[in-house]
Design a binder for this molecule. Structure first.
Ligand code: SIN
Length: 330
């Protein structure tokens, strides 16, 4: 096979269970994430050679629960650099599943190119019986090598499905079909080399996004509402100098009265407050379950609290005045 005409895809490895290792092949929970290097991950998938020419880089070797904003800055910057090269046709990022949805949305908003960027991961370590990483990696590279994936923003290829970075979320602690896009559904599928998209992405992303990666990240934290929620955490965050608070509210973003009072006080001290929901699907309507006009808060729409935090950090970092505008748009 003449491979010189195949697309050239950069695979950036950051760690995760896809690079996890356990002493026993029957172990799918007790293992160490992020210890297997990118070359070994690629060697496990000989079929990659028929799909793309691979350029591999080890960006990090972490369990993604330990993801940091500094690593986000380094990763987004490297993705932008690589995509600016004429000899790179797309990027695949291997990642842990735990914070994949946050990194994917961050890249969706800060990568400035139309070339495909695809994240993938695994629920089972690389040493496990029926490890899901190798096929997920092959499928991610297949999507990144597909011309149809261009211009759709950052994608997540997982368990044969293709998701939009904005909408996808992890929904299971152990199942290999852990990822869902609850309000919107999948964008398409990838199987046996075939990539098929069934819908498009309508909100702005990548080159059309007004946001750029930063190394000056504002402090934004998440608090939840629940029975008998107190104001202790909000008051502590305000005292610590927080710039924004995302609330994982009950139902349609409603909040305990005590928490609501604490947040109203926080807004008066210049803290941006965004209402999301702890429910896991649905949307939070402005002036629905809380009076945002009176409170000075913003509703997150269909973004979950973790993604709302990403958008709020980028918006505060770039000095956006009307936060509701960006939550309505992105
Ligand atoms: C991680 O997020 O790095 C560990 C869990 C996983 O990848 O499934």
């Amino acid at each position: 096979m003449n491979t010189s005409s195949l697309p050239r895809i950069a695979v950036l490895a950051t760690g995760g269970t896809i690079a996890g290792s356990a002493g026993d092949a029957s172990k799918t929970a007790g293992y160490k994430a992020g210890v297997v290097g990118v070359d070994k991950l690629l060697d496990a998938v000989p079929a990659l050679g028929t799909v793309a020419r691979i350029h591999a880089e080890q960006i990090a070797s972490i369990d993604s629960k330990d993801m940091s904003v500094a690593l986000w800055t380094a990763l987004a910057s490297r993705v932008n650099e690589l995509l600016a090269q004429d000899d790179i046709d797309g990027v695949v990022v291997t990642h842990g599943t735990d914070t994949l949805e946050e990194t994917a949305y961050l890249l969706h908003l800060t990568v400035k190119h139309a070339k495909p960027v695809v994240l993938t991961a695994a629920m089972r370590p690389s040493t496990a019986l029926s490890a899901d990483g190798p096929l997920n990696l092959l499928n991610a590279v297949t999507v990144a090598a597909s011309k149809d994936a261009a211009g759709k923003g950052v994608l997540v290829a997982f368990n044969n499905q293709i998701h939009c970075a904005r909408d996808v979320t992890k929904t299971s602690t152990y199942a290999v079909d852990a990822f869902r896009s609850p309000e919107t559904g999948v964008l398409g599928f990838v199987q046996d080399g075939r990539v098929e998209f069934q819908r498009t992405v309508v909100r702005p992303h990548t080159a059309a996004s007004e946001f750029s990666v930063t190394d000056e990240w504002p402090m934004v934290e998440i608090v939840a509402s629940y029975a008998d929620a107190s104001r202790v955490m909000v008051d502590a965050l305000v005292a610590a100098g927080v710039r924004g608070i995302v609330v994982a509210g009950t139902g349609n973003g409603s909040m305990h009265a005590t928490l609501t009072q604490a947040l109203a006080d926080a807004v008066r001290q210049g803290v941006a407050v965004v209402r999301a929901s702890r429910v896991g699907s649905g949307h939070v309507m402005r002036n629905g379950a809380a009076n945002d006009d009176a409170l000075g808060s913003v509703s997150a729409g269909t973004l979950n609290a973790y993604k709302a935090r990403v958008l709020l950090m980028l918006a505060l970092a770039s000095g956006v005045g009307d936060l509701q505008r960006v939550f309505d748009a992105y």
